[in-house]
Design a protein around this ligand. Structure first.
Ligand SMILES: [Zn+2]
Length: 273
């Protein structure tokens, strides 16, 4: 062990920091538990989770990226939105996870990666799907943009929404497979119908921040970009060498300079589809 650190968010929710700066959430009801995401799959998250709870654990993935679905292979019952199935297949191979995990760090890939989960073993996750854990209801809500099958997680009794990578202070829409800003804006407006159901927002990476205002701020950003009122600022190039833009100018900590919380990086080439 030693790969994981935990923090109690409430009596029923433990946030676990996994290698690679990614959070997963263990949500415990009276009958069963849900594990939201699985990290890169470095070290045994399953052993760690079993040291925290005796309840049966169902895994719910927010999306198919390597740092969220990477550890799924250790668990039997794993749900994923099938719109991310092909992405999960590509992203969870040990070669891709190892390259992604070590990228930009001066480390060797001597870490222990758990085997990937065969894609045919994933169970389907759909918009509005509910999991009753006993006194704790987890509802999965679709918010495509970052990936086609991105899901947010509503913890109904706690009035808390895990926005994950789907909407945050430095969203990534510049990735292969990400939606256009116009498509994302439409999805955000649909998602905003759930705004009355939560007061608190949680994220999947330590650098992300923002409260509930981030929903309307993101919708406004999308509208401004689509209508041409706002022009993105050049923000380097993507992995495929294409120029990418950032919606709001940021400081050295990648926080918006105008004091707002919502922000994202996007690729003008995605807008042309
Ligand atoms: Zn992601």
């Amino acid at each position: 062990m030693g790969y994981f650190q935990r923090e109690k968010m409430t009596n029923q929710v433990t946030r676990i920091l996994c290698p690679g700066d990614v959070y997963v959430y263990l949500v415990e009801g009276s009958r069963s538990a849900a594990l939201i995401d699985t990290g890169f799959g470095v070290g045994s998250l399953r052993q760690y989770v079993e040291s925290l709870t005796d309840l049966p654990v169902t895994v719910l993935l927010t999306h198919g990226h390597l740092d969220h679905a990477g550890g799924a292979g250790e668990f039997e019952e794993v749900y994923l939105n099938y719109k991310d199935l092909e992405l999960a297949r590509q992203h969870t191979s040990i070669a891709v996870r190892s390259a992604g995990f070590c990228e930009g760090k001066n480390v060797h890939s001597s870490f222990e990666f758990v085997p990937p989960k065969p894609v045919e073993e994933y169970l389907p996750l759909t918009d509005g799907q509910r999991f009753e854990l006993g006194g704790m209801t987890v509802t999965m809500l679709e918010l495509p943009g970052h990936t086609p099958g991105s899901m947010c997680v509503l913890l109904e009794e706690l009035r808390t929404m895990l926005l994950g990578d789907a909407c945050n202070s430095l969203g990534f829409l510049q990735l292969p497979g990400s939606l256009s800003v116009a498509e994302y804006g439409r999805a955000m407006k649909e998602f905003a119908k759930h705004e009355e159901q939560f007061d608190t927002t949680w994220y999947s990476h330590p650098h992300n921040f923002g409260g509930k205002e981030i929903i309307q701020e993101t919708i406004q950003l999308c509208d401004e970009i689509v209508s041409g009122v706002r022009c993105g600022i050049p923000y380097g190039t993507s992995d495929t060498g294409k120029c990418v833009l950032i919606a709001r100018e940021v400081d050295e900590n990648e926080h918006p300079k105008d004091g707002k919380t919502a922000n994202f990086i996007y690729s003008p080439s995605n807008e042309l589809r």
